[in-house]
Structure formats: structure tokens, C-alpha cells
Design a protein. Sequence first.
Length: 232
Amino acid sequence: MATDDAPVRLAHHTVQGPPGSTAPPLVLLHGGGGDGTTWDPFVAPLARRATVVVPDLRGAGRSPAVGAGSVTALRDDVLLLLDDLALDRVVLVGHSLGGLVGLLVAQERPGLVAALVLEECPPPEPLGLPVPTGFADDASFYERRIRPAVLATLNSPDPARADALAGVTAPTLVIGGGPDSHLPQDAMVRMAARLPDARFVTLPGGHLVHPTHPETFLREVEAFLDLAQGGW
């Protein structure tokens, strides 16, 4: 069994891109409480441009429900997956918790990330989100271990997280869900401003942009990737 700080190997599936494509693979990181199936409607369209890798994060889907629920543990799981797949250049697309994990990967290994899409990614400012306590006997691993640990981190973020934004070299698209989101959009704008090469866009949908407005989300992401591809 993994210790709390040991990375675990994530269940994932891969859809090959066009033959001979040199575009970096797209790695799609789901949000908290879900799994990789949230990206099912997007895999085929995105695989027309590049190979697509869809993992289940720790404690979600088919991945192990063991060890720590810290954001650094989740980051290290993704880094282990990319190393196992021998991927030295990727595009990360993350929603909510997945966006935070993708951002941490880009901060830890800037040269690994060719481009970054952050959909409703929690900004590195104190968020004041309620942290659950006292769990039912049948509560999931996510509810018991990951969600409380992540919320505590978001409510009292390490100042180094904000400082590390300046080290992200990848072109970045930050997507906010507008006034219906529970995350502060002004803080998300500030996060985008601190990234060296980022653009902020508001799309409808509150916190769940890609599930509720898939066509708009896909169109925005593909337009961003078309622009970013010129620098690969």
C-alpha cells in the first residue's frame, strides 16, 4: 500500500491522434468528485488533432483510493503517469481540481507543458470555502480524504503558490464560469494576470462550463490550441 506521500499509478485510457502527428498529447484532468468520463464528449474531437490521455485522479474512477489527498500528492501522481508514458511534452486541460493539479505540474516542470487550459481553476487566494467534517460510513474516499484536504489548502494557500505563477512558461487559457460560479472570478482574473502568457475568458456555465456548454468550451479550447501550436 502507498504511503501518504508516495505517488500512485493512475488508471487511464489513451486515444491515438492522427498518424504522424507531432502535436503534444492532450492530457485531460477531471474535477473533484468526478472521473475521466466527464471528458468523453471531447475525446474524439480532440483526438483529430493529437493523442488524448484521460486519467482518473487518485481515489476516482478506476484509480487507487489510498494514501494522501493533498494537492501535491495528486500532482505527483500525474507526473508519474507522464513519466511512465514517456511523455516529455504535453498539453494539460484541467477542470477545477484538475486545473489546480495541471497548474502545479506546470509550476513543478515548466518544460514539460506546451500549453495549459484551466477551467474554473481555484486561484491561489484564500477562498473561505466550507470544509466538511464528520462523514457517513459509506462516504467515498474523495469525500473523506481528498475534498477536505484540498479545501483546507484552498482556504489557506501557501504564498509560494502565487509566487510560482511567474514560473509557468506555457501559454495558458484561463476559463471562468461567470457570476454563477462559486469561485471568485476577480481572483481568477488576477491569477491569469500573474501568469506570463495567459488569457482570461468568461464562458457561461458557472463552475461546470464544459458539461453544460460543451460546444462553446470546445470551440474556445481549439481556437486557443490553434494559436498556441505556432509556438510548439
